[in-house]
Design a protein around this ligand. Structure first.
Ligand code: UTP
Length: 292
């Protein structure tokens, strides 16, 4: 079995739920305290053993490339001011992994974005971290998926139970329990954005999947699905029906950075942990709660 060392972060969506800010600032660059959302995805991948990461972007998202690059002028200005620690932090970010960028020329859907990565991936299994979904967990979720892949040898989708309303916006999975497993299921079908009555279960894919390279032939032959977009779920549904897919109910809290509420919740969570803000922010929130 080949080791999983590659990851794709599709981040070329238009981000219409975050308008008007996303018109000028990529939603992946919106801060969670002092780091952009995309940083947390790269960190999760790196902490899972991933060495090579392809970020799928578009022409309006150069800020992401700049963030993972080094600006020698900026570094020397910082060092000149004695801000050695800040300079080192920027250097460490630039050296976290081999990070590549590829432009999806038209936003034709998540499946289409992943399909652009075929030559990057080659003949290896790979992880996809959906660019909107930040997950804080004890064990990085990518690692949790890789562990399941190494046990069962099939593609793995990261799932959670969701509300009936969320189900119609995400997808629904047909699953059966596996002997001796508490949170891993055998998945034999799935449906993107099910209409009421079409759903299989309340389990939905949230932000992380691990795919095998045969996914690319299926993606290349996709027809436009829900919303007229090439849906990754439709490709994974075929894989589930034909060879089977593992579904892992992962441990971790997920924040949808593509939504205003998710953005706020991620900032409150991290703001309460960040060494520069934790104490004062906690006091501020306590005062605020009294007024609610
Ligand atoms: P979403 O559908 O949640 O992102 O796609 P979006 O299209 O940007 O969101 P809204 O609905 O307009 O607010 C899930 C992930 O897939 C990426 C997005 O960037 C997001 O991380 N994506 C989506 C692409 O890379 N390309 C696409 O064509 C569509």
């Amino acid at each position: 079995m080949k080791k999983v060392t590659k990851a794709i972060i599709p981040a070329a969506g238009l981000g219409t739920r975050m308008l008007p800010i996303s018109h000028a600032v990529p939603k992946e660059m919106l801060p969670i305290v002092d780091l952009p959302a995309v940083y947390y995805l790269v960190e999760e991948a790196v902490n899972s053993g991933i060495t090579d990461i392809l970020i799928v972007t578009n022409r309006d998202k150069e800020a992401m490339e700049n963030f993972f690059d080094l600006s020698p002028e900026y570094i020397s200005v910082l060092e000149g001011k004695g801000r050695v620690e800040a300079a080192d932090r920027i250097r460490r970010i630039a050296n976290m992994a081999n990070i590549y960028f590829l432009r999806q020329k038209e936003a034709k859907g998540l499946g289409h974005a992943v399909g652009r990565a075929r030559s990057f991936v080659g003949d290896e299994p790979f992880v996809v971290l959906y660019g909107d979904d930040i997950i804080f967990s004890k064990t990085p979720v990518c690692r949790q998926l890789i562990d399941v892949y190494e046990k069962y040898g099939k593609p793995v989708v990261g799932v959670k139970p969701v509300s009936a309303e969320q189900l119609t916006k995400y997808c629904s999975l047909k699953v059966e329990s596996l002997p001796g497993e508490e949170n891993v299921y055998a998945c034999s079908d799935m449906i993107e954005k099910p209409k009421p009555g079409e759903e299989f279960s309340n389990l939905s894919i949230l932000g992380r999947v691990l795919l095998t390279p045969d996914a690319f032939d299926i993606i290349d032959n996709l027809e436009p699905g829900a919303g007229g977009e090439y849906q990754l779920t439709d490709a994974m549904a075929k894989m589930a029906r034909e060879g089977g897919v593992s579904a892992l109910e992962f441990e971790g809290d997920r924040y949808d950075m593509g939504s205003k509420l998710g953005f706020l919740m991620a900032n409150v969570t991290k703001g309460l942990l960040h060494e520069e803000t934790a104490e004062a922010f906690r006091e501020y929130l306590k005062g605020l709660i009294g007024k609610l």
